[in-house]
Design a protein around this ligand. Structure first.
Ligand code: FUB
Ligand code: ZN
Length: 702
């Protein structure tokens, strides 16, 4: 397995601190001696030099991103393994992810020939190539999910299965470094041809390979897959493709490679990967692309000339991730400016209330500003994940809570909705209104399916839930940030090395009280930044019972003091049921409201409504006593435990089906009758029998 390049035993010994490390000492070391960088734009730093100098954190200490040396990162990640999520909201999802989703997806991948695609090339399978161009990426995303999951606890069986899959993957690598099952045999001449670069996802698959490899390396110390990825880059890509006169242009096609290259740099210290990412983000004028392609692919022109989100939503989100990563390493102000322009577009004109993005099914694309249809919403799970990943990078660059608010919105709603509660079926689309009768004449009424031929979303969801602990905290020069709330224990340290444990006790997101007990190894001056969610007006913060003033919704509250072991921070975010209106330019939401509770967006499902009241008839009652007309109840038996919202609303008296299609407008309001309405959190919809669903409902004032 892997190469016999210098076994960097010194590296393993210096970093082997986890329980799994002993068994890993025999693993191959990272290789770094492949082809010379052809880009010549930056210094070629050998990985060995970086390791010897101790400038790259040990693999066990690297987080979801390894920002330890990123000069423009204000915040730095903590490793996934540093945070243990205890019994609470996310524990169920994470248990299901590791016990059901990841194993069942492996079976699906096998059943649909994704591994046979590799075996066929070494004579171990006679099955034909299966799946679209980007099928290899399914394996890599799954490997990434395993990598993050193993960081929360070793699972020898899963590790051993993944090890053998990795062995089968690297076995097909050609001596020139090329590795992609689609462009083999008859398709060899097509490799990296201009048209193939636009549609064929070669760089996309390589990007996912690198991300999967890095997550797995950070879990196990095993660099086998990462070495293969570097060999692909150093022997095949960099010598032949790039800005040089003797190189051919690269078209990203589906952005993804950019962020993975920068993460590879952060893992190895080889700066040519940042340069390559910069070159790709800039686009190569020699590659002539149709204007339509430049919009759809979100690449091909300088990233810094973009002024709005457009085209394929996942492509745009991943491009923004790569561009933010590039900014974090280079500090190029033009990037930061563009990223902020695009973020304004996202948050003011393009994002669903669920944190989903990508309004249109056609082209899986962004629509015009404020074009946010409900039933027709595309809202691909991958796009919501891309949104979270991008905001995580923006947060690291700025330390600003507006980015965390988007992370939370997407995570609890448009991402969490993507996976069924039992973890075995997935939404590709995440609409905000649904009628099984008219859903999809080809797919039938099931919006959740165990498999899609384009199965990008399921393993993407799995990698996100696997990596979740890594999103709870960050360190900064002056202290520690807390971003997300759930029962958990952080066991990490401040940037000066002082060990720090933080225990969180909470019922979040159902309740808004959080108790954080800080245990620095010794009393210490530092700043603890607590996040006040954007939805939380009137938040209260106290340290050891004494109020700390200054809590503002949508900001971090810095608490600077001499922290002593056992100090307790209490946060109180009053959670009420809130009615939310959309900007009037969102025509589909005109005269409608949505219901939220803390970070959760609520929806109604037809099957919960009394007397079969049709969702098209329901009316939310808005009274002067805002919030009082809702009753909340935690129902442990429903949908694995949710707070259900009950509402004494109304319904139109007559079914609109009985009325004519058009009638004269009358000055008397349409007749309505009282109706008891029931709402559940949006993430839990479509987990029972097929039924209607809606997030935005009409209202009456009373
Ligand atoms: O093209 C690869 C993936 O398939 C995209 O990210 C998804 O939108 C789906 O089209
Ligand atoms: Zn997807």
């Amino acid at each position: 397995m892997g190469s016999d390049h210098d076994v960097s035993r010194r590296r393993f010994l210096s970093t082997a601190v986890t329980s799994t490390a002993a068994s890993l000492l025999a693993r191959p070391a990272l290789s770094f001696a492949f082809g010379e960088p052809a880009l010549g734009l930056g210094k070629a730093v050998s990985f060995e030099t970086e390791v010897a100098a101790g400038s790259i954190s040990p693999w066990q200490d690297q987080g979801v991103l390894n920002l330890a040396n990123s000069p423009y990162a204000k915040l730095h990640t903590v490793p996934v393994r540093a945070v243990t999520i205890e019994e609470g909201f996310w524990s169920k999802r994470r248990k299901t992810n590791i016990e059901s989703s990841i194993p069942s997806m492996r079976v699906e991948l096998e059943d649909h020939g994704r591994m046979d695609n590799f075996r066929r090339l070494v004579g171990k399978s006679s099955a034909p190539q299966k799946g679209p161009y980007y099928s290899d990426s399914d394996i890599y995303k799954w490997t990434e999910a395993v990598g993050w999951a193993l960081q929360s606890g070793d699972r020898p069986e899963l590790r051993s299965v993944t090890d053998s899959m990795i062995r089968e993957v690297v076995a097909i690598q050609e001596p020139n470094g090329y590795l992609n099952t689609y462009y083999q045999n008859d398709r060899v001449p097509l490799r990296m041809q201009p048209h193939e670069q636009e549609v064929g996802h070669e760089m996309y698959c390589l990007g996912h390979m690198l991300q999967g490899a890095i997550a797995y390396y950070r879990a196990t110390g095993d660099p086998t897959l990462m070495n293969a990825g570097m060999k692909f880059l150093d022997n095949f890509v960099i010598p032949n493709y790039g800005p040089g006169a003797n190189q051919k242009p690269i078209i990203s096609g589906h952005p993804e490679i950019e962020m993975s290259l920068i993460e590879l740099y952060r893992t190895t210290g080889k700066h040519q990967y940042v340069d390559l990412a910069g070159y790709i983000l800039h686009g190569d004028e020699r590659a002539t692309l149709q204007p339509r392609a430049i919009v759809y692919m979100f690449c091909g022109i300088p990233f810094t000339t973009r002024t709005k989100l457009e085209g394929h939503a996942v492509r745009a989100m991943y491009a923004c991730c790569g561009a933010t990563d590039y900014y974090l390493e280079t500090g190029d102000p033009a990037y930061w400016k563009t990223l902020n322009v695009l973020w304004e577009d996202l948050s003011k004109r393009q994002m669903y209330i669920t944190g989903g993005v990508g309004a249109r099914a056609q082209g899986e694309a962004f629509g015009e500003p404020y074009e946010l249809p409900n039933a027709q919403a595309y809202g691909e799970s991958c796009a919501a994940i891309g949104n979270m990943m991008w905001n995580w990078r923006m947060l690291a660059a700025s330390g600003e809570a507006r980015f965390t608010d988007v992370i939370e919105r997407a995570l609890y709603n448009g991402i969490n909705s993507g996976m069924s509660l039992d973890g075995t079926t997935y939404c590709y689309r995440n609409p905000l209104a649904f009628d099984p009768a008219g859903y999809d004449q080809f797919r039938g009424p099931n919006i959740r399916n165990p498999w899609y031929d384009t199965t990008c979303c399921p393993p993407n969801l799995e990698r996100t839930f696997g990596s979740l602990p890594g999103y709870f905290y960050s360190t900064s020069k002056d202290g520690m940030y807390v971003h997300l709330y759930d029962n958990s224990v952080l066991d990490w340290h401040l940037e000066d090395g002082t060990p720090l444990k933080i225990q969180q006790k909470t019922n979040y997101p159902w309740g808004g009280d959080v108790k954080l007990t800080l245990n620095p190894a010794q009393a210490k001056d530092f700043t603890f930044y607590v996040r006040i969610p954007g939805w939380s007006a009137n938040a209260r913060v106290a340290v050891n019972g004494r109020t700390v003033e200054g809590a503002q919704a949508g900001q971090y509250l810095p608490i600077q003091r001499h922290w002593k072991p056992g100090d307790v921070v209490t946060l109180s975010f009053p959670i009420t049921t809130q009615l939310v209106a959309a900007n009037p330019r969102v025509s589909e939401d005109t005269a409608r409201v949505a219901v939220s509770r803390g970070p959760m967006i609520y929806c109604m499902e037809g099957l919960d409504q009394e007397n079969g009241t049709a969702l098209s008839d329901v009316l939310i009652r808005i009274s002067a006593q805002e919030g009082k007309e809702f009753q909340n109840e935690y129902d442990a038996k429903l949908l694995e435990g949710v707070v259900v919202v009950h509402h004494n609303g109304a319904a139109h008296e007559t079914s609109s089906a009985d009325e004519g299609l058009y009638t004269p407008v009358s000055s008397t309001p349409q007749k309505s009758r009282p109706a008891k309405l029931t709402m559940i959190p949006y993430y839990a919809w479509a987990n029972r029998q097929p039924t209607t669903m809606q997030v935005w409902s009409r209202y009456i004032r009373s």
